[in-house]
Design a protein around this ligand. Structure first.
Ligand code: ZN
Length: 85
């Protein structure tokens, strides 16, 4: 069986890397995911039965940009409703 080439694309900036899946029976290839994807972050979002969304990010900066786009901002008027103690 030939090694399976896989790739990951940063969801935010579109940076793409290719890697080869490790096999327990063979020596690890040059482009093992743990080397190629070093520093990357992968988020799994549980979307329902047998449905998991996976998002890859090349850096914390790209992850943060995505999170900020997903998470609704807390309105400053809401924060002002809590007076300082
Ligand atoms: Zn990126």
């Amino acid at each position: 069986m030939s090694p399976v080439k896989k790739d990951a694309t940063c969801y935010t900036c579109g940076k793409k890397v290719e890697f080869t899946r490790c096999s327990s029976r063979k020596d690890p290839p040059e482009d093992v995911p743990c080397r190629v994807l070093s520093g990357w972050l992968t988020v799994h979002r549980w979307a329902g039965v047998r449905s998991i969304d996976q998002y890859d990010f090349c850096s914390f900066t790209c992850l943060q940009r995505w999170v900020e786009a997903q998470a609704p901002k807390i309105p400053s008027t809401f924060l002002k409703a809590f007076p300082d103690e």
